[in-house]
Write a protein that binds this ligand. Structure first.
Ligand code: ASP
Length: 426
């Protein structure tokens, strides 16, 4: 059985078993989940997270250095930023249109149980919100005082500062190397990147079991009942994400990369499975890099640059989710948001998508701030926490898909020869 089939089986069996056993409350299953399955899932995630810092650093240094040497950095960076804004804006607009159309929150009575069940998570999120920084400090903090400290806290929101350091460092390497020579540091980072990818292969061996464990855990913990009252809201988010994939991404692929959207989905299916199961763009990054180079055949210096930055800075699914959720909660509370406030929601959702950490639940802290900004009680987020894991799995898939779409579009628009041949299924 090939790896892909095993992954699908892990996903389906994990989901089915988790849902089927949710209501049984058998001590044996509880213990098996806590002592066996949960650790398997966590170990798998950690085996990937442990390489995220060296992987992101070396991939960015190599990408930027090559782009710098070819004098292509400015153009590629400019196009990446352009596509990030276009795709994020499109996704938020899709979400906001749907939520205004379907009004999933109108007439819904607030289930205070949903809020109190999540009291622990809520109080942590609240603490986070109170320590939120003003905008000028956010910009200053993009430039780290201490890259080692940023590396140590990379998965707690410091990854962007580390990326900025990597970018400047790579420009330093490129500019300090005489034309035609290869800097010894480039060899060094190539070897680090290769070693990281090998390490990820170890984790991939565990993947089908870990996917089973992770999906079982979510399904078993939350079950179906949690969805009943929020079914309409979940439907709106998922429909929005599907529209983003089928309309926005397909158009971009067709116009800029010449790769057919169906072929894209076919070649990227393993990436989607990883993103869905791990709910983390950062944990999916090694697989994303591999597929971009081996299956989509994108030029590595472009894909490394776009994908590493995108794993944190391009999160269209998250932006859509934020927009929908804020308007949904406003409907639940009967708060009528003015046009100006809705525009604020759109803008902050786009920025939140850019500033969200690529880890499970990374979008919840910025969401609390967004709610506060437009005058909705931030603790209302408790209403949706129960379904957040499932939505996180879905939006992460679209986040990662968006990174690959942008990498294909930038590659395609950069030079003719990088246009992906549409007849080469691999
Ligand atoms: N889990 C998402 C990601 O890693 C971020 C989020 O929306 O919470 O892409």
């Amino acid at each position: 059985m090939n790896q892909h089939t095993k992954l699908i089986l892990g996903l389906l069996l994990g989901g089915a078993a988790g849902l089927a056993l949710h209501d049984t409350n058998l001590a044996f299953i509880n213990s098996f989940n806590v002592y066996v399955l949960n650790p398997i899932g966590q170990i798998f995630l950690r085996m990937i997270f442990m390489v995220v810092v060296p992987l992101i650093f070396s991939a960015l240094v190599l990408g930027v250095n090559e782009l710098g040497q070819a004098r292509g950095l400015g153009k590629v960076a400019g196009k990446t930023i352009f596509f990030t804004f276009v795709t994020s804006a499109a996704s938020v607009l899709i979400g906001i249109t749907l939520v205004n159309l379907f009004k999933p929150g109108a007439g819904l009575t607030i289930d205070t149980d949903l809020i109190s069940q999540n009291a622990g998570t809520l109080s942590k999120l609240k603490e986070n919100m109170l320590s939120a920084k003003p905008i000028q400090q956010i910009i200053v903090d993009l430039f780290t005082k201490n890259p080692v400290d940023s590396a140590a806290r990379a998965l707690d929101g410091e990854i962007i500062a580390l990326m900025v350091f990597a970018l400047l460092f790579a420009m330093g390497i490129s500019l300090s190397t005489p034309t035609g020579e290869k800097n010894i540091l480039i060899d060094f980072f190539e070897k680090i990147l290769a070693a990281c990818m090998k390490m990820v292969e170890f984790a991939m061996k565990l993947a089908p079991y870990a996917v089973f464990a992770l999906v079982f855990n979510s399904a078993y913990t939350f079950g179906f009942s949690i969805f009943k009252s929020l079914l309409f809201y979940v439907f709106v988010v998922v429909l929005g994400l599907l529209l983003q994939q089928t309309i926005v991404y397909s158009l971009i692929l067709k116009i800029f990369s010449k790769i057919s959207p169906i072929e894209f989905v076919h070649k990227c299916r393993d990436v989607f499975l990883y993103a869905f199961s791990t709910a983390s763009s950062n944990a999916t990054l090694p697989k994303t890099l591999e597929v971009a180079e081996k299956s989509l055949k994108l030029p590595p210096h472009i894909s490394r640059f776009v994908l590493t930055i995108g794993s944190t800075a391009n999160q269209n699914g998250t932006a859509l989710f934020e927009g929908v959720t804020v308007l949904f909660l406003a409907q639940v509370y009967g708060i009528d948001l003015s046009l100006g406030q809705q525009v604020t929601v759109v803008l902050i959702s786009i920025l939140a998508g850019i500033g969200t950490a690529g880890v499970p639940g990374g979008s919840l802290p910025p969401m609390m701030i967004l709610l506060q900004t437009v005058g909705i009680p931030p603790e209302s987020i408790g209403i949706i926490l129960g379904v957040d894991r499932l939505l996180d799995m879905c939006r992460t898939t679209i986040n990662v898909s968006g990174d690959l779409v942008i990498a294909a579009a930038v590659s395609g628009s950069e030079t003719e020869k990088y246009k992906v041949p549409s007849d080469s299924l691999s």
